[in-house]
Design a protein around this ligand. Sequence first.
Ligand SMILES: NC(=O)CC[C@H](N)C(=O)O
Length: 230
Amino acid sequence: MKSAVIVFPGSNCDRDVAVSLERTTGHAPLMHWHGDSALPEDLDLIVIPGGFSYGDYLRCGAMAARAAVMPAVRRAADRSVAVLGICNGFQVLCETGLLPGALMRNRDLRFLCKDVYLRVETTDTIFTSHYGPGQVIRIPIAHHDGNYVADLPTQCMLEDEDRVVFRYCDAGGKTTDEANPNGSLDNIAGILSEERNVLGLMPHPERLADPRLGGTDGQPLFASLLEALS
Ligand SMILES: NC(=O)CC[C@H](N)C(=O)O
C-alpha cells in the first residue's frame, strides 16, 4: 500500500498519521509538500492531515483547498484513489467540494480538546471494515470548527446512501445532544463521498492507535485501509 501525506504550512498531525501508517503498513508514507503540484500516479491512499493550515485564516481549510497540489488530489479521487481527511483535512475536503457540507464554529464557540465516543454507522467502507457495525469507540477531538452543517437534501442523501460513517454518541452508543460536542447536524462526525473512496472525519484516529498513546480504538481504521488497498 503506497500512501502520501500532504503537508501544508500549519499542519501539525502529519507526523502522527505517518507513524500510524508506517506502523500498520510497514511502509513510511511519502510526505508531500502542498506546493508541489505533481503527485505520484501510483498512490493507493492520500491523507490530508489535521492542523491549522495557513493558520486557519479566512476559514479553516479554505486556503489549503486552493493549494497547488489540490487539483492532483482531486484527479486521484476521481480515479478512485482513497483519500482520508482528518479534522483540518475534513475541512479541506469540504472546501474543495470533494465532500458535501461545511464545518462551522463549534456550538459553544470554544476550542475542544478531549476524547469523545463515536458510533460506527457503517462498516461497508474501505476505512471501517475492521470495526463492528454499531461499535462504540473512543477517539480524541481537537478543533474549534467541527460543527458539521449541510442542507436537508444533502442530509437525506448521506443517510439514504449509507454515507454517514461516524456519529458522536455517549458511552452506551446513544446519539444524544449532550454527547454531541460541537453541535454537528444529526451528530455527524464523519462522511463518505458518493464513490465511497473519500472519508472526512473530525476526530483523530491517529491519536489513539497505539497502547502507548492510551488506547487503540483508532487502529482498525488503518488496518481496514491496509486490507482494502494491499
Ligand atoms: N486538529 C485540527 O485539525 C484542527 C482543525 C482546525 N484548525 C480547527 O481548529 O477547527
